[in-house]
Design a binder for this molecule. Sequence first.
Ligand SMILES: [Zn+2]
Length: 61
Amino acid sequence: MMSFECECGNKTILFATGDRDEHGREFVEIEDDERLTFTIGEDSVLFRCSFCGYTYRLQQI
Ligand SMILES: [Zn+2]
């Protein structure tokens, strides 16, 4: 289990669904998407806190 915590204290969990893709990689879902939304861009993933509106960017390496 993984968790995400924003600076404002908003915290949510990413949980494993039990479903896997053809490579054996397990799908995860956000426990509460009212708290956190994510957007997949061309070269990065954006995580946006729904409480304070702060956005985190995870750059693809
Ligand atoms: Zn926040």
